[in-house]
Unconditional design. Sequence first.
Length: 281
Amino acid sequence: MSPIRIIILLLALVAAGGAALLVSRMSQPQIVTETVTRDLTVIEKEQVSEVKVLTTSRDLAIGEQIKADDLKWAVWPEKGTVEGQFIETAAPGAIEDIAGAIVKLPMFKSEPIMPQRIVKRGEAGLLPVLMGQDMRAVSVEISPESASGGFILPNDRVDLILTYEQTPTATNGLRDSRTVSQTILQNVRVLAIDQAYASGSPEETARLGNTATLEVTPSEAELVALSQRKGRLTLALRPLDEMAISAPRKPRLGLNGGDDEGGAVMIIRNSQPTLTAMGGN
């Protein structure tokens, strides 16, 4: 075989092998390798600043007197505080300062204390918070002699006794003037003695004052006002077991000075008290 034929044969074999290799590569699936590079962002946790805010330790109703045990410091996010809240770093003595205040608006347990929801002693607006619904506050002059020697304290309950001079008229049949005492109201709550709304320390057993503020109904307020013009009022302290709020009371003395129920009154003649029916001689 000539050299030229050998060369042509080799070239043909190489071409055939190349064609076979090409066909083999084309028959296999194409694998594409994709490299994805992601930027990993490291998020650092933000440090939340916290403070201690004064909150309630229980539900507080309108008119309740706040005690130190009703208050507690609670951890609070600094960004969650609002103006007016009591923060421990700014007001470390807030518990002692607020203890004794009266609840003006109801508060729930763990609710932050706000100045608008309480009334401190001596502040305006405290007395209406202490009063019951549809009640009135009326003040009467007192002295140690007319107020059980000063042993009557706020939140005590008393009877009101009117002492006045009854003069002869054409209708009462009296020959001479006489001094008459009659209980006009019973079971009346004392709101304050002078400007004191609470009895103060537990050891306090007496408080001398010039004025007693009483909680009465509107009609009773009229009766008290008339009685103060008619004579002298005396407060009689009721025992502890009779201080519970009873059924609606009926004044024992009408606005005209009569006794609708014909009850007896104490009449003093020559310094000697005698029990006599109203309208009797």
